[in-house]
Design a protein around this ligand. Structure first.
Ligand code: ATP
Ligand code: MG
Length: 238
C-alpha cells in the first residue's frame, strides 16, 4: 500500500531524515518509534506532502507520489491527523467534521458522521459546541474524526497520546483498535514505545534519521535492544 524507499528530507543544512525505508500493507497498524529528534515527525510530514524529500521515493498503491503537495496526497486518500490537532476553534464540532469531507474529492466516503459519533460518543454530545472549547483529548478525537470523514485509505497519526491523561489515551487507542478491526490501515508515530508495541502488529525503529530496526511488534517487545533503550520500565535491575 505504502512503500518508502531511501527517503531523505532536510531543513536547510539539517538532515532530519537521512534514509528511511518502510512498507505498510493493507489492514496493518504500523508503529514507528524512536528517540526525540530521530526524524519521525519529519518522515510523516514528508509522506503527507508537507515537506519535500531530497532523495528517495514514496509509493502509495500504484502511484509514485514523491514530492506531491499535501492537498494532492490527501485527495489520494493518505490522510494525516495534524500535529497539535489544528481543529478550527470558532466552528462547531460537526462543522469541523464536515470540513473533513474536502479531502474526498470525488472518492467514496468510508466513514459517516454516525460512524465518527459511534467511535467517539463525546463528539455526538458536543456536536453543536465550538471546537475551541473542547478539552485536549476531545480535540484529538475530533482531529481523528475529521480525518475519517475524508475517506482515508491510510490514516497517519503523529503522537496522538501527546499531553493527554492516561484514561483519554486509552480511549484514543481503543478507537484506533476499533478502526483497525474495521479494516482501516494505520501508520502511527508514538513516543510511548510500550503502548506503540502493544497496539501495533509491526513496528519500525528510527534513529538519527534512519529506519534501523523492523519486526513484528510482539517480537520487538522481547528484543533486548528495544527493552534496553525504549522499555526501561520493564528492564530488570541487576
Ligand atoms: N522546522 C524545523 N527546522 C529545522 N530543523 C528542524 C525542524 N523541525 C525539526 N527539525 C530537526 O530535525 C530533526 C528531526 O526532528 P523531528 O521533529 O522530525 O524528530 P521526531 O523524531 O519527531 O522527534 P520528537 O520525538 O521529539 O517528536 C531534529 O534534529 C530537529 O531539531
Ligand atoms: Mg515528532
Amino acid at each position: 500500500m505504502l512503500i518508502l524507499d531511501g527517503l531523505a528530507t532536510s531543513y536547510g543544512r539539517i538532515q532530519a531524515v537521512r534514509h528511511a525505508s518502510l512498507h505498510v500493507e493493507p489492514g496493518e497498524l504500523i508503529a514507528l518509534i524512536g528517540p526525540n529528534g530521530a526524524g519521525k515527525s519529519s518522515l510523516l510530514n514528508t509522506i503527507s506532502g508537507l515537506l519535500k524529500p531530497v532523495a528517495g521515493s514514496v509509493r502509495f498503491f500504484d502511484q509514485d507520489i514523491t514530492g506531491w503537495r499535501a492537498d494532492q496526497v490527501a485527495r489520494a486518500g493518505l490522510l494525516q491527523v495534524p500535529e497539535g490537532r489544528q481543529v478550527l476553534g470558532p466552528l462547531t464540532v460537526e462543522e469541523n467534521l464536515l470540513l473533513g469531507r474536502q479531502a474526498l474529492a470525488g472518492r467514496k466516503p468510508n466513514h459517516q458522521l454516525a460512524d465518527v459519533y459511534a467511535l467517539f460518543p463525546i463528539l455526538r454530545e458536543r456536536h453543536r459546541q465550538k471546537a475551541g472549547t473542547l478539552s485536549g483529548g476531545e480535540q484529538q478525537m475530533l482531529a481523528i474524526g475529521r480525518a475519517l470523514m475524508g475517506g482515508p485509505r491510510l490514516l497517519i497519526l503523529d503522537e496522538p497520546s501527546l499531553g493527554l491523561a492516561p484514561i483519554i489515551v486509552n480511549q484514543v487507542f481503543e478507537a484506533l483498535q476499533t478502526l483497525r478491526h474495521s479494516g482501516l490501515t494505520i501508520l502511527l508515530v508514538e513516543q510511548n514505545a510500550s503502548l506503540a508495541l502493544a497496539s501495533s502488529n509491526r513496528a519500525y525503529v528510527m534513529e538519527h534519521g534512519r529506519t534501523v530496526l523492523e519486526g513484528p511488534s510482539e517480537s520487538l517487545r522481547h528484543d533486548p535492544r528495544i527493552i534496553r533503550h525504549y522499555l526501561p520500565s520493564i528492564e530488570t535491575t541487576p
